[in-house]
Ligand binder design. Sequence first.
Ligand code: ZN
Length: 431
Amino acid sequence: MWNRRLESLDRESIKKIQLERLKLTVRRLYENVPFYRSAFKSRGVSPDDIRSLDDLKRLPMVSKHDLRENYPFGLLAVPREECVRVHASSGTTGKPTLVLYTREDLQNWTEIMCRCLYMSGLRRGDVFQVTPGYGLFTGGLGFHYGGEAIGATVVPTGTGNTERQINLMRDLGTTMIAGIASYALHIAEVASEMGVDVKKDLQVRKGIFGAEAWSDSMMKKISDVWDMDCHDIYGMSEMYGPGVGCNCSHGEGLHIWEDHFIVEIIDPSTGEPLGPEEEGEVVLTSLTKTAMPMLRFRTRDMSKLLDTNGCECGRTHQRIARIKGRCDDAFSINGVKVFPGQVEYVLMKYPEVGMNYQLVVEKAGALDQLTVLVEANCKSPQDDSAKSLEKVLFRDLRTILGFQPRVRVLPPMSIERRDGKARRVLDLRMK
Ligand SMILES: [Zn+2]
């Protein structure tokens, strides 16, 4: 563990820290941020009403919409002059959402990044290549400062230029990479086109991936393709960035750092908190952020609290299931809800399936039709094997989805990519 004392606190101590910090956060927001003060008043609660963690559910929730409405400085709880950094996430609907950091915030972020990176195997002496974007996006700099604090040799390539990434990996003897899961598969594809065998010619044996939902079977696929120990890191710019939680090498799911965050799962349609093992939307409250604390932030990510007692790794922090997808990514086919992750789970179980797939949704007369396009890997170009792969995928997908999709197996590299990422869902119904 990076921070043995804090990572293995007993549950009582964690709850005590959470309540103390929650009270403080609520009071600071009430006193300094008009948006929160009026939200508290309209719900008839004041900071004095927070006496137990159970009182959390009386507090208002915030969403990305509120961040946009209060752009750029409306949610600041400190004078702007105390902020030493700005990050932003690109909004698909115009204005970006902005997050600001005090020096203390950056120290806290680095601390939780260290815990996640150490949990994923990063050590002093490693060559750590950071492939997420630097700049306004939180990915690059989050991994960067965590890696430096651990004492690894950080290679700040940032995103893009995949051939150069691969050359640097080979020349510097990179041992661990950070990135987006689908990009790890893209790198492997490009490497093979360059005649580089990622298993034999590179020394990358550890990886930490985040920023998109990816299934257990995709994790296994990346492990197999790279001969790599893979870890899943969770986070978002509103909660510092990556580093909110990470999966250890023992139990299932992700440990969430509960001395920095309170995690709730709610029913996305009613907002009611759900119990352990009940699937719903992840809602996070920050406990240590000073510039822009977030109260009950609706992440739109789908997961569940795992009903577990401790973990073999010795960490005591609550685990949640790996993120299943975003509430917004789910689409419905003739009234049946489909998560892209369910389909990915089936596809990635088969070694004959290549790196990419796409779900195409369209109208066939009055009904919705789902077509699953799948790239075969290089070893199965024959018509016969494509047909038999289509058959088994159809059978498995029908079982997991509860209706009959169409399945088409295509040659490698035939699905269009943008910046190395395939578009997972193409919904043509509205056009
Ligand atoms: Zn664990």
